[in-house]
Design a protein around this ligand. Structure first.
Ligand code: NAP
Length: 313
């Protein structure tokens, strides 16, 4: 048997993981990470979200670590995570499609001021609002043109938005203006009406969306953060919204999750809050992705979405 320990979705999710994985390959035997019937030396693979610091280092025959999400910062912040092992980020079509849907929904919500209508409806107020632009007159700038950003770019173009992107390296995506590196960030920001963050969390990107960056956006711009909470300096966002420089924002990720009940973000009239729900693939989709990656690994083929130590994501 191939033993896979799971720490994702809680104990109640284990039967679903077990059924999905064993349906793909009957050798796969999935267990909760604290299942005492599995000895540490028997464990071949783990699929994890926020593993307890120190735990992964106790599994001597572990072969690959799978992050149950696209980000891996929740694993690499453990000082003793097994750095010699391949670390695979969750990916695949389902993750990018779901994120593309969320970014499309966010940009349309900002364009049509969905927050205004949600507040009006709650008060039973009939308050139609003029819409000054169509998507064709709005430039969406995506920070991070990887698996998720490139799919979002494609879907936004389908809605009529003008799309540009910024990454470390230049990209060749049909119809997408590509900016690369720190030197081109100011030009990218100056020509962005809706800024979308789909960066990984690294020392270079954390805190990037601060007062200095927001000030470089045109007046009346909007923000969507679906990368990580660490990217955004919340007091700087609130100041930019309150001054009117920034029109509105959609926030899916936060420095502390769940977002505290007393946070001013919840009730802010210019902010739509979602609970880190932008792209949450089903367990069956994630099981298919993990099983395919294990098949690649065991056949000696390259692994998809491998964490790169030098890049830090
Ligand atoms: P990915 O394929 O690794 O793409 C990351 C992109 O960011 C790449 O284009 C990369 O540029 C760019 N980048 C990295 N560091 C940079 C820097 N210092 N300056 C400029 N660009 C930089 O990652 P992904 O699969 O698209 O996922 C992106 C992030 O989305 C994840 O790390 C996670 O934080 C977040 N996420 C959120 C949710 C949610 O539900 N909210 C769900 C899934 C993922 P190069 O291509 O040039 O290297």
């Amino acid at each position: 048997m191939v033993k896979i320990l799971v720490k994702s979705g809680g104990l109640a999710a284990v039967p679903e993981w077990r059924a999905a994985l064993s349906a793909i390959d009957p050798r796969f035997s999935a267990h909760w990470w604290q299942d005492e019937s599995v000895r540490p030396e028997e464990v071949d693979y783990v699929v994890v979200w926020e593993p307890e610091p120190g735990w992964l280092a106790t599994l001597p025959n572990l072969r690959v670590v799978f992050s149950s999400a696209a980000g891996v910062d929740h694993i690499t912040r453990d000082p003793s995570w097994p750095r010699h092992l391949p670390l695979v980020r969750m990916g695949g079509d389902a993750v990018s499609q779901r994120m593309g849907e969320f970014i499309s929904w966010s940009c349309l919500s900002l364009l049509r001021d969905a927050r205004h209508y949600a507040l009006s409806q709650a008060q039973r107020v009939w308050a139609p609002k003029e819409v000054p632009f169509t998507a064709r007159e709005r430039r969406v700038g995506i920070m991070g043109l990887g698996n998720l950003g490139s799919q979002a770019a494609k879907m936004l173009q389908g809605l009529g938005f003008q799309v540009q992107g910024w990454a470390r390296s230049r990209k060749e995506l049909p119809g997408v203006v590509s900016f690369a590196g720190a030197a081109e960030l100011p030009a990218f920001l100056a020509s962005t009406d809706i800024l979308v963050c789909l960066l990984p969390s690294t020392p270079e990107t954390n805190g990037l969306i601060n007062a200095a960056l927001l000030a470089q956006l045109p007046a009346g711009a909007a923000l969507v953060n679906a990368g990580r909470g660490a990217h955004l300096v919340i007091p700087d966002l609130l100041a930019a919204l309150d001054s009117g420089h920034l029109a509105s924002a959609v926030l899916d990720v936060f420095p502390e999750e769940p977002l505290a009940a007393e946070s001013p973000l919840w009730a802010h009239p210019k902010i739509i809050v979602t609970p880190h729900a932008a792209s949450l693939p089903s367990r069956a989709e994630r099981a298919r992705y993990v099983a395919a990656a294990i098949a690649d690994f065991e056949a000696g083929r390259p692994l998809p979405n491998l964490y790169d130590h030098a890049r830090g994501y």
